[in-house]
Design a protein around this ligand. Sequence first.
Ligand code: NOJ
Length: 751
Amino acid sequence: MKTTQLRHLIPAGFLLVVLFSITSCNEGGKTKSHRDAFIDSLLSRMTLEEKIGQMTLLTSGWSQTGPSMNEDYKKMIRNGHCGNVFNALTVEYNRKLQRMAVEETRLGIPLLFGYDVIHGFKTIFPIPLATSCSWDTAMIRQTARLASKEAAAAGVTWTFNPMADISRDPRWGRIAEGAGEDPFLASAIARAKVKGHQGRTLSDPLTLAACVKHMAAYGDPRAGRDYNTVDMSLRRLREVYLPPYQAAVEAGAATVMTAFNDLNGIPATGNKFLLTNILRNEWHFDGMVVTDYTSIPEMVDHGYARDEKHAGELALNAGVDMDMQGSTFHNHLKKSVRQDKISEQQINQAVRRVLGLKYDLGLFEDPYRYLDEQREDTIIHSQQMMDHALASAKESVVLLKNEPHEAGQILPMEQQPASMALIGPLADSRSDMLGTWHAAGTDSLVTTLKEGIEQEFPGTTIHYARGCETTGTDQSGFDQALAAARKSEVIVMAVGENFRQSGEAASRAHINLPGVQLELVKKMVQTGKPLVVVLMAGRPLAIPWIDQNVAAILNAWHLGTRAGDAVADILSGDTNPSGKLTSTFPRTTGQIPIFYSVKNTGRPLDPDNKYTSKYLDVPNDPLYPFGYGLSYTQFEYENLKLNRSEINFKQNLQVSVQVKNTGQYKGEEIVQLYTRDMVGSVTRPVKELKGFRKIALKPGEQKQVEFTLSADDLKLYDPKMNHIAEPGKFKVFVGTSSANVLEESFTLVKP
Ligand code: NOJ
C-alpha cells in the first residue's frame, strides 16, 4: 500500500512516528546519521509549498476568552502552509493547534511553539538588566532553566531569548532586556542563559530551544531611538557588540534572530556579511535563523528592497531560514524560485534546519511531548519558581547610596520603626513590578512593596499614600503624601518607571524620573525625615538631585513576582544588598553614550586645562560607574600581587588580592579585574573587564581572591583586524568597581 493510500486510514502524525522508529538507528534514534536520513526522507516527500510552510512562523492571539487564532492562519496550518506558531499558550490550546498540524496535514509535521520567555513565563523573575547586576552566572542560568521549565510545561518549545545586545545608551528602552554595557560580562551571561534554557538536551520536554537575538548591534540605535539606524566601525562591532552573540552561539544556542536595524547601510535581515560570513562561516553556526517580527517586508521601508518579493529573496540569500510574521516567504518565495532568483536548494537548506530543530526537540518522536496538563498544573507557580523569584530579586538590587541621616543610620532598619510613610506610585503596584516582557506573568501573585513591608515590619504602622502617578502633571495627591510623612518616623518612597516605559518601542529622550515624581521626592525631603528612595525602573535613571539630597537610595529595577518581599527584606537588613551596576548611570542625558571602557584620547580630562576632553556644564564623571554598588558592610582590598612581572605568550599570570569584610554585617562582594593595554597598534580602552568573582564574607573575615590571565585574555583587533595579543606593557586593576581599584603592571613578551 502506498503512503498516500495509508493516509486515509491512519493520521499522518502516526505515520511520521512510525517512519521515525523504522529508520534504523543506534542510541534510541539520536545519531546524526539517523537525523540526516530522517530529514532527507521527509524533505524528499515535501512539495515546495509545504517546504515554505516550514519556513513560516505566524502569531497566535489572545481574546477575552483565552487563546485564539485568526481563521486564515488556522487554515494555513491545516494545509501545511504554516509550520510554526508563536504566542500560543496553554497545553489545551497548543494541543488543538498541534493536532491540526499532525493529524490534518498531508505529512503531519509537528509545529514549533515560540514565545518570549525573557525573564520568566508565569512566575516573573527580575528584568534581565536587574539579574545582570548580580554578576551571578549560576543564578542567571537557573533563572533561564526555571523560566524554560514553566513555559515548556505550558506547551512552549522555543524561547526568543537570550537578548545579547550590548547597550551603552539608557535612552533605548530595550536596555532593560540586556546585560548592560560590557562584552565580557554580557558574554558570560549569554552563555549561562543558553545553557539554562536548553538544559542538558533539547529532547527533555522541560527545556526550550534558545534564540540569540538580535543579530546584530540592535543595541546601538542612533540617539537611543528604537529601530533606528546603526552605523559603527567594524572594529567596534567586533570588539564590543559581537562577542555576546558569539558566546551564545558557542554555548550551543539552537537558533538566532535577526535584528530590525540596518547596520552600516544594510538591514540586518538582509545582511549576508552578518548572517553568512560571520555567523555561518566564522562561528560555524549550524542552527536555524529566524527574522524579527515582519523584518523582511520592512526592508522595503528601509529602501533596501524594491518590493516584498525582492525583500524575501534578499533575506533568504543573506542566510535567513524562517520568516516571523512577515508572510513574505509564504506569499512570494515560490515565484522567486520559478524566476530563478533563489534556488530550491536554498529552500531545502533552510527547511533542513527547521526540521532539524523539531527533530532535536523530540517532536517527531512525540509531537505532544510538551503537552501534559498534569505537568502544567504542578510546575506553574510551584514553590521552586516562587522561591527563585525571591532569591533572584534579592541578588539584583543595587544599593546606590547609604549615608547616615542626622537622626542616625537609616538602612538597614534593624529596629522596626514605630511608623513608616510609604509613598509613591510604585509602592503598591503589581503590574509594574513585572517590568517589560510581562509574558504571561500572573499579576495577582505579585507582592507589592506595601505588602512586603507589612509582612516584614509587623510592628510598624504603615501610612501609605500614592502621591502621584509615574506620568503626568497631577500633584493633587501631594498633600495626602505629606500628611502621611509628617506623622511617620521614616519615609520610604517607591518611584521610577511604569512597566510600559522601558522595553520595546519605549525609548525616552530624557532619562530622568518621569512625571512629577521628583517634585514629590523634594516635598518629602523638605519634611526633614529620614528618607529612603527605592528606584524601580527598566533603565538607569539620571537622578543627580536625589543623589545629592537623599541619604539612602536603593535601585530595585523591576524585580518581578516577589519584588515587594525582596525589597522589604533588604530594607530590614535580613538581606544585605550585593548587586553591582552593569550599566553606567549618567548625571544627565547629555552624557550619553556613557560607559567605563572609554579611550584615553590625546587630551584626557584635566580640570585645570580647558583644552581637554570634557563638558563645561556638567561634571565629567558618571553619577554611578559600572561595577558600582554598596553593601551594608564594608570591604577592604589590599595586597594586589602578580606572581611575575613578565609573561610570555604561553605563560599564565596569577593575580591575587586580599579582600576583608571590615564592617558589621555578613555580605557578598563582587571582585572585579580589569586590564589596560598601554600601547597598541590601535588605541585601547583605559579599562577592560577580564574577570570577576563573587565572594561571601562574614564580619572580620578575609579571603584571598585569585585570577588567572594569559595572552588570550589580552587580544585586540589589529589594524588588519587580526585578533591577536601584542607584546608590551599592561596594567592590571582589581577592585570593587570600575572606578575604585588597586593597580599593578606586567609585561607581555615574545617567547
Ligand atoms: C519583536 C522583538 O524585537 C523580539 O525581540 C521578539 O522576540 C519578537 N517581537 C517576538 O515577539
